[in-house]
Structure formats: C-alpha cells, structure tokens
Design a protein around this ligand. Structure first.
Ligand SMILES: [Zn+2]
Ligand SMILES: [Zn+2]
Length: 115
C-alpha cells in the first residue's frame, strides 16, 4: 500500500464503502474523500475486497492532490490556506516565512543571476 500523501490520514472505510480523510501537514485541516461504494456489495472474497480498497485508497490520494498542494521545497502537502502562490516560486507558508526571513537578512541581492 502506498504511503498517504499527507503525514496524517485516517481510513474511514466500512463495509462496502471506502472513504479516507487527509489532513493538511501544517494546520491539520481535514479533507475528506468522496466515498467510494463497492461495485459488488455481496462479494465476500477478501482478496476482491482488498483490491477494491487499495484502488479506492489510491484514487483518494490522487483526488486529495486536487485540493491540497505539495510544497516543492519541504514536500509537505498542505491546504490552500497554508500554500503561498508567489510570482516565481510556489511554496508552503512555512517555507515562505523562512524564505522571507532569509531575504530580510541579506537584503535584496538574492537574484544571483550572473552573466
Ligand atoms: Zn493548512
Ligand atoms: Zn514547504
């Protein structure tokens, strides 16, 4: 089973319904996946159940990435409120704050573009 995209994820699946909640890595705001209903409610083969569960889980991870953003710097997966879209760099609020304090330190010559 692949790792959840966020550090914290809860599995709320119950018989025949698969649902997962992912939490923003910074503020913990939950995002709940659409429940995924089994195609075969009478199926009792645990292997079929398991593969359905894995498919639903992978789908939930993909969907979560439509709502959450992965910071390219620290790789945390965060909600919109914790993600800053900057002109040249998108990053999470934590990295943006770090970046901000770094550029405050050394003034504005951080382009380093040499020619
Ligand atoms: Zn957040
Ligand atoms: Zn970050």
């Amino acid at each position: 089973m692949l790792k959840p995209i966020t550090r914290k994820m809860t599995d709320e699946s119950k018989d025949g319904v698969y649902a997962y909640t992912f939490y923003c890595d910074i503020c913990g705001k939950p995002w709940r996946s659409e429940p995924y209903y089994t195609a075969s409610p009478d199926e009792i083969d645990p292997l079929v159940r398991e593969s359905e569960r894995v498919a639903a889980y992978e789908r939930a991870n993909r969907e979560a990435l439509n709502w959450l953003s992965r910071c390219p710097v620290c790789k945390q997966v965060v909600c919109d409120q914790c993600f800053d879209i900057l002109d040249d760099n998108d990053m999470c609020a934590q990295c943006a704050a770090k970046e901000q304090s770094r550029s405050d330190d050394k003034g504005s010559d951080s382009e380093g573009r040499g020619c």
